[in-house]
Design a protein around this ligand. Structure first.
Ligand SMILES: [Ca+2]
Ligand SMILES: [Ca+2]
Ligand SMILES: [Cu+2]
Length: 179
């Protein structure tokens, strides 16, 4: 396509795309003895990286843990002390990295972090298409690359069709200040 021809293949080739979707999705974080992770117990412990408007659903694998946002942050959430099988959700509208902890096995450090059992949720700006926490022309290139190659992530407005409305939606996000 003409748009692709504007950019050398080598440039497009190095643009990485982060897997998370573009808002409105739910990402699961497992709660178990004594970690929070997007991977189940026995697999590497990894914090969630989502985009504005996505929801984290914590799922309890083991009992007697809770989820409490560290104090002084733009996002607040707190679950009861739950048992295995429980679920708790929070939708993130602010961009940034948000600490949380289990008040049974950890505590608030008073600065957006924690001691003991805790984790972080990183929320990326919608226009941060390559997921490097900065919105710049690389995101524009990454979007164009996805668009011209028919990558499902180019369905920026989420209507299941990739067309010029997605370009407009991306440009709108790209030119809007990221909250
Ligand atoms: Ca970026
Ligand atoms: Ca679309
Ligand atoms: Cu705990």
């Amino acid at each position: 396509m003409a748009i692709r021809a504007l950019f050398p293949a080598a440039v497009l080739g190095v643009v990485g795309l982060v897997s998370p979707s573009l808002g409105g999705d739910t990402v699961v974080v497992y709660v178990y003895n004594f970690e929070f992770s997007i991977n189940p117990p026995g697999e590497p412990v990894e914090d969630a990286v989502i985009r504005q408007g996505d929801t984290i659903e914590w799922q309890w694998v083991h009992s007697l843990h809770n989820v409490v946002a560290s104090s002084g942050q733009a996002e607040f959430f707190q679950s009861p002390i739950n048992n295995a099988g429980a679920k708790f959700s929070h939708t993130f509208t602010n961009v940034g990295t948000f600490g949380y902890y289990c008040s049974v096995h950890g505590f608030d450090d008073g600065a957006g972090g924690f001691f003991g059992m805790g984790g972080y949720v990183t929320v990326l700006c919608l226009a941060d298409f390559n997921g490097d926490t900065t919105v710049n022309t690389l995101d524009f290139l990454a979007f164009l690359n996805a668009y011209t190659s028919g990558d499902p992530r180019a369905d920026f407005n989420g209507d299941t069709v990739i067309n010029t409305l997605d370009v407009l939606a991306f440009l709108n996000a790209f030119t809007s200040p990221c909250p």
